[in-house]
Design a protein around this ligand. Structure first.
Ligand code: ADP
Ligand code: MG
Length: 477
């Protein structure tokens, strides 16, 4: 049968059109260029390797149907893939399937064509110059300023191992998960920076899910999918931050699945972060989730007091600012929302210290805290609560803060603890500190006693309500 490629392909398109929707038809079939028809073989040119794989994965039955009805039962399809579209100095690089070097490729009859074809160059990607690729890494995040604690030890050492041998350890992909502000982003940037330092020839790319998705949607709209995909194929280390937001985004997941497979197969390192472990991710295709579990999954926990303290000192030191220990401790106790709020508080302190030339002390810290951490609305201090409660019950302030166990002292003490819990952001431990170094279980006991007494003793309840008014008046003023 003698048939020219354009006619053969036009006929195929007619059939394909009836089997796929318009959007997919124009995305995946319009860009295809028929190259030649020889015997039973039609060769088409597709714009990228990804394109070829997408067709292979999604459109085999449609293509088979079209090829068989146009070229007959023995009809076969071959792909000519533009791997790199080239530029003024470099010609385009093209590879052919099913003849691509070392690759198992599809043809509609499942016949593998092993014949060598000297017309085509071997499958070699011309390298991008790593120096020209914007890694989107934040140079301020490094292992040096990532404080180690029990909360992040596993994740940090996995990160270090990956940074020493990207793609080689079994930690591929490395999946880091944890709540807001536990240091996931900081840690993955540290890994990226370390790899760039140790392996300047490697192409490192950090991207958060949001940017990845919008780049992909853009590429779809502008028919640039092949560029998008071939760029990602060249990366040696891909960091995808906040992968949980890919939930429900089927097309983007699909694309990521392909990129993931390609990179993983060629020994490239993938690092991802998420706000929960892979098993709890909702809205993900099962096959993608199972990929996430291939390597190592490590969690980061909320930092404990010691780690927070170290983070505070570390940050202030790196900015050349001295922070008195009592201020650092106060912040480590008080900012118990998350480390991002802590960062805000510290930046504001640095601003006050450097630009306004203010002394960093407890008062400044409290003021800053009030402005940054919204939850901390009151400026009622432990001192003020203690004094107000002692006056109200007519007991000695020092006795109330001390160790005396007489009932007439113990009750005011418990009430004062109760208000500290209600009106300050202090932890139970720090409240205990303020009452003669008691531990947090004593404070818990105090809170329970006050609540019990309020239920059973109307007078006592009135007293607590009176005191509440007094303290609130102070807070409002
Ligand atoms: P996540 O991505 O988990 O939400 P980030 O990495 O954005 O958290 O961390 C929030 C803030 O806390 C950043 O300023 C980061 O530098 C800081 N931080 C978190 N963990 C550490 C740590 N272990 N050492 C030093 N700074 C940390
Ligand atoms: Mg983050």
């Amino acid at each position: 049968m003698v048939i020219d490629s354009a006619t053969a392909w036009t006929d195929c398109l007619e059939i394909i059109k009836q089997n796929v929707d318009e959007q997919n038809f124009s995305t995946w079939f319009k860009p295809i260029v028929p190259l030649r028809a020889e015997g039973d073989v039609l060769t088409i040119q597709v714009p990228s390797q990804f394109f070829f794989e997408w067709l292979e994965e999604h459109y085999v039955p449609v293509l088979r149907k079209a090829i068989h009805s146009v070229l007959g039962e023995n009809g076969r399809l071959e792909y000519s893939v533009i791997v790199d579209s080239g530029n003024q100095r470099n010609p385009p690089l093209i590879v052919n399937y099913p003849n691509g070097a070392g690759t198992k490729r599809y043809n509609p009859n499942q016949q593998v064509n092993n014949g060598s074809n000297e017309e085509y160059s071997p499958f070699v990607l011309r390298t991008l110059n790593p120096a020209n690729v914007n890694s989107k890494l934040n140079p301020n995040y490094s292992f040096d300023n990532f404080v180690e604690g029990d909360c992040n030890r596993l994740a940090r050492s996995a990160g270090l191992a990956v940074a020493k041998k990207p793609g080689i350890t079994s930690f591929n992909p490395l999946m880091l998960y944890g709540g807001v502000g536990v240091g996931k982003t900081h840690l993955v940037h540290s890994i990226g920076n370390e790899i760039k330092k140790n392996f300047p020839e490697k192409i490192v790319l950090y991207i958060d899910q949001n940017d990845f998705t919008s780049q992909f949607l853009n590429a779809v709209q502008n028919n640039k999918i092949q560029d998008f995909q071939s760029f990602y194929m060249k990366v040696d280390l891909l960091i995808l931050d906040d992968v949980q937001f890919l939930a429900g985004r089927e097309k983007t997941q699909e694309m990521f699945f392909h990129i993931f497979n390609q990179l993983h197969q060629s020994g490239k390192q993938i690092i991802m972060t998420s706000d929960c472990p892979p098993r709890d991710l909702k809205g993900f295709q099962e096959r993608l989730l199972s990929r996430f579990k291939w390597g190592l999954t490590a969690d980061l926990q909320e930092p404990d007091f010691e780690t927070k303290l170290a983070i505070i000192h570390n940050k202030m030191e790196s900015d050349g600012i001295e922070i008195p220990t009592e201020v650092a401790e106060y912040l480590a106790y008080s900012v118990d929302t998350n480390l991002r709020d802590m960062e805000g508080v510290l930046n504001s302190l640095i601003f006050h210290a450097t630009l306004l030339k203010k002394q960093i002390d407890l008062d400044l810290a409290k003021e800053v805290l009030k402005n940054i951490v919204k939850e901390i609305q009151s400026d009622v201090s432990v001192d003020f609560i203690q004094k107000t409660v002692a006056d109200y019950f007519k007991v000695e302030l020092e006795a109330m803060k001390g160790k005396i166990k007489k009932r007439e002292i113990v009750i005011p003490r418990q009430v004062a603890m109760y208000f500290c819990k209600r009106f300050t952001q202090l932890t139970l431990a720090l409240i205990g500190e303020n009452f003669g170094g008691r531990d947090h279980s004593t404070v818990i006991h105090a809170l329970e006693s006050v609540e019990d007494m309020m239920k059973t003793d109307a007078n006592f309840k009135n007293s607590v309500e009176d005191l509440t008014k007094k303290l609130k008046m102070r807070m409002a003023s």
